[in-house]
Design a protein around this ligand. Structure first.
Ligand SMILES: NC(=O)c1ccc[n+]([C@@H]2O[C@H](COP(=O)([O-])OP(=O)(O)OC[C@H]3O[C@@H](n4cnc5c(N)ncnc54)[C@H](O)[C@@H]3O)[C@@H](O)[C@H]2O)c1
Ligand SMILES: [Zn+2]
Length: 376
């Protein structure tokens, strides 16, 4: 078992990584909340996992003395919506979840983000406890308290995570055994965030990923355990240094660093013709950010090559499948949440295992970045 402590000012919590732990969720939650008796839990489960992992979690909560009501959501980006949010709030009302209650999420990042936002909003905030079931959610989405939903934009595409709140969980329980049922493409998506963590703060992680990627893609547990712990620790360190993403340029640790690749990714992820999952869009976004690092002289050709070969070993795309125009893609970057007073900020590697913020990047730099991933 590995326990990572998240020492936040607002409240501290633990991220526990242990094979088989989902069957002991009740004990973990009872410890986090003080006691189980008389507490009603809204268990927000990925519908695809309702009869498997979520069932195990629900039984464990009941065995510990919690009263459990289950609400299921199909995990799609279009369901990470205000409509699904409202339906869950109505479920909380209908089931009379009171202030002694809590929300437990069982699912990937979509369920974590949605359930977390429900917890942040219901009765102005009840505790949330995450049992992430995807690699991506274990190493990234479940840690750090960012919650929210997407919103349709005027151009018809989904504006990613435009509505939400910071709401830290009271605990996170990662059981790598659940990854055995995760499709290989989804495992690869989780690896994209691991590569991102490596670029931000742990360059040697890239080599470890190149060596272990096939084990992880095939779901061999021992590799997953150490990797999840290493990647989750990077995320814990970053959010602990800047809980609410307030650190600006020049800061040693800034939560905004976690957006590496994402400003590019968010411009392409919602485009239906590309059929990209979040992690795949992030992989292409990381290549675009790497091209910026190269163009700015922070990276040599060997560094770009190291990134590319790591992403390829992880089974991830490194370029667009269709030659979209650079102009509209740059335009779409303007919807990013990191735009302030009309100025876009991107995160760019400035060494091996370190990154920096670039505010108001030149259009030429953005064009170079998009061209490097196949935009025309
Ligand atoms: N809050 C944050 O800090 C943060 C960070 C990174 C990503 N995110 C968000 O996370 C989302 C992506 O997360 P994701 O990739 O986990 O997506 P997801 O929740 O859609 O899960 C991916 C797919 O895997 C399935 N699945 C999940 N666990 C499974 C299991 N154990 N067995 C079988 N199938 C399983 C789901 O049903 C789904 O089809 C995005 O919406 C992204 O914006 C949030
Ligand atoms: Zn991400």
């Amino acid at each position: 078992m590995t326990t990572l402590h998240v020492p936040l000012d607002s409240h501290a919590y633990d991220v526990t990584i242990e094979a088989g732990a989902r069957a002991r969720t009740g004990a973990f939650l009872a410890r986090a909340l003080g006691e189980a008796a008389g507490r009603r839990i809204l268990l927000v489960a990925d519908a695809a996992l309702a009869e498997t992992h979520a069932e195990v979690v629900a039984s464990s909560l009941e065995a510990a003395g919690f009263d459990v009501v289950v609400a299921t959501v199909e995990a799609t980006e279009s369901n990470k919506s205000l409509e699904a949010f409202e339906a869950l709030l109505k479920a909380a009302a209908g089931q009379r979840i009171d202030r002694s209650g809590a929300v437990v999420s069982v699912g990937g990042g979509i369920i974590c983000d949605l359930a977390g936002f429900v917890a942040a909003s219901w009765l102005r905030g009840v505790p949330v406890f995450h049992v992430p079931t995807s690699l991506l959610a274990m190493v990234d989405a479940s840690i750090g308290g960012k919650t929210g939903v997407n919103l349709p934009l005027p151009d018809g595409a989904l504006g990613k995570n435009l509505v939400g709140a910071f709401w830290q969980p009271v605990g996170v329980l990662c059981d790598p055994e659940v990854l055995e049922t995760l499709p290989e493409r989804e495992r690869a998506c989780g690896l994209a965030e691991c590569v991102k963590h490596g670029l931000i703060a742990d360059w040697a992680l890239l080599e470890a990923l190149r060596a272990q990627a096939s084990d992880i893609l095939e779901g061999r547990l021992s590799s997953c355990m150490s990797l999840i712990a290493r990647c989750a620790a990077t995320k814990v360190n970053i959010v602990s240094g800047d809980e609410r993403e307030e650190a600006g340029p020049g800061s040693g640790v800034a939560r905004a660093f976690l957006n590496l690749g994402h400003t590019f990714a968010h411009a392409i992820e919602p485009l239906p013709e590309l059929e990209l999952k979040h992690g795949e869009a992030v992989a292409i976004g990381l290549m675009a950010a790497g091209a910026c690092a190269r163009a700015l002289g922070h990276w040599g050709a060997a560094d770009v090559e190291a990134l590319q070969s790591t992403l390829e070993a992880c089974g991830l795309p490194i370029a667009l499948r269709r030659p979209l125009g650079k102009g509209p893609l740059i335009e779409r970057m303007g919807w990013d949440k990191k735009v302030r007073q009309g100025t876009l900020t991107i995160i760019v590697p400035n060494g091996r295992g370190s990154v920096t913020m670039v505010s108001g990047p030149d259009r030429e730099l953005l064009e170079t970045a998009w061209a490097s991933v196949g935009a025309s």
